[in-house]
Write a protein that binds this ligand. Structure first.
Ligand SMILES: Nc1nc2c(c(=O)[nH]1)N[C@H]1C(S)=C(S)[C@@H](COP(=O)(O)OP(=O)(O)OC[C@H]3O[C@@H](n4cnc5c(=O)[nH]c(N)nc54)[C@H](O)[C@@H]3O)O[C@H]1N2
Ligand SMILES: Nc1nc2c(c(=O)[nH]1)N[C@H]1C(S)=C(S)[C@@H](COP(=O)(O)OP(=O)(O)OC[C@H]3O[C@@H](n4cnc5c(=O)[nH]c(N)nc54)[C@H](O)[C@@H]3O)O[C@H]1N2
Ligand SMILES: [Mo]
Length: 764
């Protein structure tokens, strides 16, 4: 059930933003049939003090916002939630789950907001309307039974949208239940960042704040597509570019959002067709080639510095910073001197001269921000990509000084915050002793399951229950087919969601679909309006006030659902006031502050500050909480991040997002900036590779996984599209290509699925 238009593929001439953006927003408002006046009112409140925090990306909101502080994709995300379309019990009466599994991701969510709690009925293979208390009682009873046999057999998944308040209670629920099985979408996303930055600089998150963008001299971008995935950032980039700060991009694809931008909210720019060029240098690195590319940059800097020392010229490296703040520099410099340019060029796919020129730009800037995204994290050697990135930034002291820093761009709007308040499978990241004190229980100390381990547990039948606080687990994971098959053996599956997706159609023996309010909507408990809060990509925390009319009077807040489940499952504990909490969310924030006093001091007051308040970040203050007490230079074992050998006709598949999706939510079939309209069934290929394989542009092919593990994995019906992409690399869309990713194909330490270099073969 793809788009009915004939697919059209031709290069897009426009800039990011501009009229294209205006048109695209208009189209989605129409399709979602939103009431225009109230939607405009909501968009006006988006990302403003006393407004609500956008449900799309995690880019920060400025203290002094623009008139409309939203972007094309933020408007789409809001319209998606404000839609007037509804997925009612009558809809489910007409369609079995098996039938709905034949529908596309787009068509499922396009039915609109879920309206009533639903129980899955195996006999008829349909969802039936049920009452809330019936659902809570039944789920509570199942959870209690599973706990008696093995409290570690239940998994509490979270997709990174739920508020700090809900997330804190959800994590506490899991620990009181008896495990740390708290996988979240971050496990598939920036987990590699957390693991690697902790070792490199002793802080799991980025070190920049929004103000640094206003002061920076230069920005380096690795594998992050700002124009699509954090479009409000383009305003900050545009300002930096206008000030003359160079922007250097490393990306296999020429992403339009990093090339040029027209502010769609500026009538002057729109009418005059004014574009701001963004990237001053664009390096089309091979997928998985960043370790080598950064090695080339660092080698150049070390060589220039060696010469400077020899000639008594000013140093190129920040020698003082390196001496005072870092560990392992000499080993790193020795390693760099030993790397040959031939190897660096071969592994990165870039020319030495290009890398030298980028290094010269870096060396000239006093303060550099380094931005990165999934292009670095989703590789087998994802952690080493990040170590190399940190090494590069440390060479000139670009961590912990104004206008400089590490900027991993986070995914979901509260994914970073969920980890902050305890959603973590690794108990070392959680103040368990404090929880023990606060709530008078012995928290489980054993490591819990992350996303990949949850899939393993489902396959080996040690996991028996799954609760999903949002998300689309079975569509977002690798190895979809095997895990989906095994999923039916689960005893209990509970999905808390706003809209219908594929994960709701594959059920355990006992299964419930519980519809919840979205962040844009008014939350009332106990007759009082409640406020939520979230943390953005720069560790900044702010209040979010939903005001829109709920999509259905039956909906409950996520917080209420979590509380009711916990109350029906756990024995009463006077120190755990579920009822008090849910009746007044400010008391949940007090509890958060009690658990994390350094991070959340005066939480209830400070969250109202325009622009929010920042959690402290030790690396930003140049305090290094690492094993050496310094920022560490860390050597990569090899120059390529793919984790597999190159072989004839083995390609590196990057699975990517289009401009018309939010993760597994597919708004439409256009990827405007890449010039692809009306289809997602494509494989982007270098023209030389097309010729070499004897294929032609427009031909239909299938992709086979080439992991060498004997498992057959394929995706059929993809149209070959000749594209400006490095030879040996191909591009396809996530989630359609996920069946090709083996479960074992993940980053070494964090187990982030390696979705940006999947070994595949192409067959006509
Ligand atoms: N509108 C919208 N916004 C979103 C999302 C969405 O789906 N839609 N998703 C949200 C989420 S959860 C996340 S995590 C973020 C994701 O945002 P991004 O981090 O931007 O993720 P992707 O679009 O998957 O890929 C980023 C870029 O990596 C490049 N790339 C691929 N392989 C490599 C490589 O080996 N090296 C380098 N240097 N580059 C590479 C790709 O060409 C692409 O431009 O966005 C968030 N925001
Ligand atoms: N091949 C490949 N796979 C990937 C990636 C990739 O780049 N390539 N990216 C990975 C990344 S970065 C991520 S973050 C994951 C995403 O994985 P998930 O977070 O699991 O997936 P989403 O698509 O964000 O979840 C969408 C669903 O969330 C529900 N939802 C939306 N809003 C709300 C809300 O407010 N409350 C509740 N309770 N539910 C809500 C809706 O039902 C919607 O259908 O996918 C990962 N998978
Ligand atoms: Mo993500």
């Amino acid at each position: 059930m793809a788009d009915e238009r004939k697919p059209k593929i031709e290069p897009y001439p426009g800039p990011a933003g501009g009229w294209g953006s205006v048109k695209s927003v208009t189209a989605i408002l129409k399709r979602e049939q939103v009431p225009i006046p109230s939607t405009v009112k909501e968009l006006w409140r988006q990302n403003k003090p006393r407004g609500f925090t956008c449900v799309s990306c995690a880019w920060p909101q400025p203290a002094s916002p623009a008139k409309f502080e939203f972007c094309e994709n933020g408007a789409k995300a809001s319209a998606w939630e404000l839609t007037s379309l509804r997925t009612t019990p009558e809809f489910f009466a007409e369609h079995t789950c098996t039938e709905l599994l034949g529908w596309s991701d787009h068509d499922l969510e396009q039915q609109g907001r879920l309206t009533h709690p639903l129980r899955y009925d195996r006999a008829t293979d349909t969802y039936l309307r049920c009452g809330w208390s019936e659902a809570f009682e039944a789920i509570g009873a199942e959870l209690k039974r599973l706990r008696e046999t093995d409290p570690k057999s239940v998994v509490f998944y979270a997709s990174g949208r739920a508020s700090l308040e809900t997330s804190y209670l959800y994590a506490l629920f899991a620990r009181l239940y008896g495990n740390n099985n708290l996988p979240d979408s971050s496990n598939m996303c920036h987990e590699a960042t957390g693991v690697a930055l902790r070792k490199s600089v002793g802080s799991a998150v980025g070190t920049v704040v929004l103000d640094d963008f206003a002061r920076t001299d230069c920005i380096f971008f690795f594998g992050q597509n700002a124009g699509v995935n954090s479009p409000r950032m383009l305003h900050d980039l545009q300002k930096a570019a206008k000030r003359g700060a160079p922007i250097v991009v490393f990306n296999p694809l020429r992403e339009r959002g990093l090339e040029r931008f027209t502010n769609p909210q500026s009538p002057v720019e729109l009418l005059a067709g004014k574009e701001t060029p963004l990237a001053t240098q664009y390096l089309q690195v091979k997928a998985g080639g960043d370790i080598a590319a950064i090695a080339g940059l660092c080698k150049t800097l070390v060589t220039l510095d060696d010469e400077a020392v020899k000639n008594g010229a000013p140093r190129v490296l920040d020698a003082e910073f390196i001496a005072q703040h870092t560990h392992g520099f000499e080993e790193f410099a020795t390693w760099l001197r030993a790397q040959s340019w031939d190897d660096i060029e071969a592994a990165s796919g870039l020319q030495r001269t290009e890398l030298e020129s980028a290094a010269a730009t870096y060396a000239k800037a006093d303060a550099v921000i380094g931005v990165y995204g999934m292009g670095l994290t989703q590789h087998v050697l994802g952690e080493y990509n990040i170590h190399m990135f940190a090494n590069f930034m440390l060479l000139r002291g670009n961590v912990g000084k104004p206008g400089a820093g590490l900027c991993p761009v986070r995914g979901h709007s509260n994914v970073q915050g969920q980890r902050t308040v305890g959603i973590a499978d690794d108990p070392a990241l959680v103040p368990l002793d404090r929880l023990a004190d606060q709530y008078g229980f012995e928290p489980p100390r054993e490591k819990g399951l992350n996303t990949v381990e949850t899939c393993e547990g489902v396959l080996d039948e040690t996991v028996h229950g799954f609760i999903g606080l949002g998300g689309n687990f079975l569509r977002a994971i690798p190895e979809q087919e095997r895990v989906t098959e095994a999923w039916h053996k689960l005893r209990l599956t509970v999905q808390i969601a706003t809209k219908l997706n594929r994960s709701h159609l594959i059920n355990g023996e006992v299964a419930y679909l519980l519809p919840c309010l979205g962040r844009i909507e008014r939350v009332e408990e106990n007759g009082k309006s409640q406020v939520l809060s979230t943390e953005d990509s720069t560790s900044c925390i702010h209040a979010s006030v939903g005001k829109a009319e709920p999509a259905s009077p039956e909906l409950l807040s996520e917080t209420r659902i979590v509380v009711e489940l916990a109350r029906r499952t756990l024995a009463p504990n006077p120190k755990v006031p579920w009822d008090g909490w849910v009746n007044d969310y400010a008391t949940i924030r007090d509890a958060i502050e009690q658990t994390y006093p350094e991070q959340f001091k005066d939480f209830n007051q400070r969250m109202w500050q325009p622009g929010g308040f920042h959690r402290p970040n030790s690396a930003r203050d140049r305090v290094w909480k690492t094993d050496t007490g310094k920022a560490n230079f860390i050597l990569p074992p090899v120059l390529t991040a793919t984790g597999f050998e190159d072989a004839p006709n083995r390609f590196r598949l990057m699975t990517m997002r289009s401009n018309d999706q939010f993760n597994t939510t597919i708004y439409g079939y256009d990827d405007r900036f890449r010039g692809i309209e009306g289809t997602r069934e494509v494989v982007l290929m270098n023209p030389d590779d097309i010729t070499r394989l004897g294929l032609r542009d427009g031909q239909t092919v299938k992709l086979l996984s080439d992991a060498g593990d004997g498992v057959h994995r394929e995706v059929r019906g993809l149209r070959v599209v000749a594209f400006d992409i490095p030879r040996g690399c191909v591009g396809g869309y996530y989630p359609e290509c996920n069946p090709l990713i083996p479960l074992s194909h993940h980053a070494l330490y964090s187990k982030t699925p390696a979705a940006k270099s999947v070994p595949v073969r192409i067959v006509a």
